[in-house]
Design a protein around this ligand. Structure first.
Ligand code: BG6
Length: 508
């Protein structure tokens, strides 16, 4: 293995390192990061030479931090805590109290890290996880730079993980990238999109490029259109303060939905190396034409939920949620039609929709194939032919199904629709997973394939910036426009109906 871990073989424990968690007292640490590290240790993928340093402003000591994590782990590790394994963790967890803006706190961090190197053989390698509000990203990186904590001299590695939002529009994303790149090389920056931690999302590449039968039909000659739905039943929950300034478009589209778009639409990469894969993904985004204002008005639908009900449960309107302005104009649902102008996808629309308080929780990609060229079955009850449809279900019931027509048994020729189903849980035992295991491990071994490059983030914003601009200039006049627990406003259906199509419904 090279010092920077670049040639590490997957499946071996990662090399020595310390993971520093900024914002260690927050939710992400207890819900995802620590359980993920624990699962990695169980799978023997963490190095023996390992330590964790929490950094936060809360008034905690190393002992009280460990105690807190022990309590949290009992709640968040589903299968019951393996005590000897957790004891191993407790021997290597430290805490530095400090303000993200305070240079002295970074000196204390530096000393703590040097001690960890001595005590645990962590060899100067560091993974800095910024589990903090985005306004601190740049500040923390600058401080790491001025303390020398980000420099990779003498064959050791220093990597920084940040999680979305990467900016709130194109300009702020460009600015954020530029600021952090004054300190870090692009190869040190690991931008997480948690959708890429999902097994089913990673499986899109395996499905397309690990099999020989799908790729030949994966293009405009066979595919009529593609639909991507990420529907949530929850409302804005306790995140009104953030969400009311973001909205569904920023929150879901240039990041999670564009991951699904690029993995579905990308050309086969020349290798599975990080930059080979990411180059093909970004090529897709470059082929999406940023919409002209009239296209925004025609092809981009926004919605906001009104009150509704589910059985006997009353669901509040978005405007009545905590920390949301009573006259909020923020969208909680979007439905978009995109065109990818390249040889593979010209004239194949990609319809995307995502929203809160929709009728079912469901994330899936539907590949709708073209109809058979003519109806062979004359003088039979067969009146029309349905189309083939491949559905990649990302969540909650992970799997893939292919719809096709089959003869209904009996003396008369008639056709019924049937499904060939692959269901993840029926085929594979699922290991406990938070969705962060693979991402943390990949960062430790220096594999950036599942992380966002700066140009990918900016290309995503470039596509949606015109939508943000038009929507800002023309505030919605009909909000709220869909009932909680529904499939959104009628305009979302009309978007497809205009093209003679409709959204795939569950069980179709
Ligand atoms: C987050 C968004 O990034 O993704 C949330 O900020 C959204 O608003 C969530 O609920 C959806 O993730 P998942 O994994 O539940 O599909």
């Amino acid at each position: 293995m090279s010092h920077n871990g670049q040639n590490h073989t997957q499946g071996q424990p990662a090399g020595p390192c310390v993971m520093v968690i900024f914002g260690a007292s927050g939710d992400l640490t207890k819900r995802k990061l620590l359980p993920a590290l624990y699962n990695l240790a169980k799978a023997r993928l963490l190095p023996a030479e390992f330590a964790i340093v929490g950094f936060a402003f809360d008034d905690l000591t190393p002992e009280s931090f460990r105690q807190r994590l022990s309590d949290d782990m009992k709640t968040f590790v589903a299968a019951g805590l393996d005590e000897p394994l957790w004891a191993w963790f407790l021997e290597r967890i430290y805490y530095v109290r400090g303000n993200f803006q305070d240079p002295e706190a970074y000196q204390r961090l530096k000393e703590q890290l040097e001690q960890a190197d001595k005590g645990h053989g962590t060899a100067g390698n560091r993974l800095f996880y910024l589990a903090v509000a985005p306004r601190f990203f740049s500040e923390i990186v600058q401080q790491l730079g001025s303390t020398g904590l980000a420099s990779q001299e003498e064959g050791l590695w220093r990597r920084v993980i940040i999680e979305k939002p990467f900016g709130r529009d194109l300009d702020s994303a460009v600015k954020l990238n530029a600021e952090i790149k004054t300190v870090l090389d692009e190869s040190q920056i690991y931008r997480i999109d948690h959708y890429l931690g999902k097994e089913t999302v990673q499986n899109i590449m395996v499905f397309r490029f690990g099999n020989s039968i799908f790729e030949p039909i994966w293009n405009r000659h066979f595919i009529d259109h593609v639909q991507i739905t990420a529907a949530e039943t929850v409302g804005v929950e306790h995140r009104g303060g953030y969400y009311d300034h973001a909205g569904a478009l920023r929150d879901m589209v240039p990041n999670h939905l564009f991951q699904l778009v690029t993995l579905t639409a990308m050309e086969p990469p020349v290798s599975f190396a990080a930059d080979a894969v990411r180059q093909k993904q970004v090529d897709v985004l470059h082929a999406v034409q940023p919409p002209a204002p009239e296209d925004v008005l025609k092809n981009m639908v926004r919605g906001q939920y009104a009150a509704g009900s589910k059985g006997s449960e009353r669901l509040a309107a978005y405007r009545a949620e905590p920390d949301v302005a009573p006259d909020s104009q923020t969208e909680t649902l979007v439905a978009l039609k995109l065109s990818i102008d390249n040889w593979r996808w010209a004239d194949v629309p990609f319809y995307l929709r995502t929203g809160k308080r929709m009728a079912t929780r469901l994330t899936e990609i539907t590949i709708q194939f073209r109809r058979a060229p003519f109806i062979l079955f004359q003088n039979t009850p067969v009146k029309g032919l349905e189309t083939n449809r491949l559905v990649m279900r990302i969540q909650p019931e992970e799997g893939i199904s292919l719809r096709f027509g089959a003869k209904i048994p009996g003396p008369i020729m008639n056709i019924g629709l049937v499904n060939m189903d692959f269901d993840y849980v029926r085929y594979f035992d699922s290991a406990p997973s938070t969705g962060y295991e693979r991402l943390l491990y990949d960062c430790m071994i220096g594999d950036a394939t599942l992380f966002q490059r700066a140009d990918m983030v900016e290309a995503g914003w470039r596509v949606i910036q015109p939508v943000l601009d038009v929507w800002k200039a023309l505030p919605p006049r009909n909000f709220p426009n869909y009932a909680a627990n529904s499939w959104g406003p009628p305009e979302a259906d009309e978007l497809l109906a205009r093209d003679g199509r409709e959204w795939a419904q569950e069980g179709d």
